[in-house]
Design a protein. Sequence first.
Length: 323
Amino acid sequence: MSSRFIRELTIRQLRALAAVQKNRSVTAAANQLHLTQPAVTLQLRNLQELAGLPLIQRTGDGMLLTDAGREVLTLCERIEVAIADCGTSLEMMAGRTAGRVSIGAVSTAKYFVPFAISGFSKLHPNIEINLTIGNRQETSEALRGYELDFAIMGRPPTGIDMDVRLIGDHPHVIIAPTAHRLARKPRLELADLANETFLTREPGSGTRGLMENLFETAGVRPKIGMAMSSNETIKQAVIAGLGIAFISAHTVATELDERRLVTLDVDGLPIVRQWFVLSRKDKVLMPPARAMLEFLSAKGAQFLPRTHGRIRLTRPSVRAQRR
């Protein structure tokens, strides 16, 4: 009986019971619910059959609930509260004033994404935002699995039909400690760096892939030292003199300002990629997610770290084409 009660119980039956409890008569309950008296009677009969116990008793004061009826009425009240809460949440979400947004970002983006989230949250303080940081491969897989509303990264992943919106430029440079022997040498070629030890991101990282393409195109095989999963670790290792690194200029803005690092003057650098906010075209976005998507595409560029004056341009920037 319990499984049938759960399976076949309806909100109409519960509301019929609640109306009878309030009005103490089937006729008045029918008027409240805008139903016929037989319709209400049928709902009560079906509900009582599902419960397997009498729910209503007739008295001189009208129709009253039994102990079992009051137990079912408690369930009705809890369900009505849950429905009302859900309705309020949906109304708020439809108005873009509340709800939840799930964002993914490649690890290099953590140098500006929190500031963009802060800017959005000032406009929409009741929207809950869940941010997941990973490398390019991890973020792409999260998009494939519909785990994210959208992601912030560079080149869009292949094999997924994406809505792609530009945020802004993303320059990449080669950094070295300030005392490095090549720190002040102008117009270096990539071949001049063949004997230098490069500290790199892990396989699967977009920065690692861009570096490998750069050297492969130049016909130079760089000497690879340690692979690290953190830009912060790479920066500290370069400062410590363990090697040099090809890295996003957005990750080293502070260290360049503080003169703990320098950018090497290499022909063809910086390589400029772009930051995009990406969402699956077949992913249904709720109004809060759409609001944030529009915010990032319209205002995201203002949160990017400033690089003008921090990096040297020896040639016109090499701007990677979207594929």
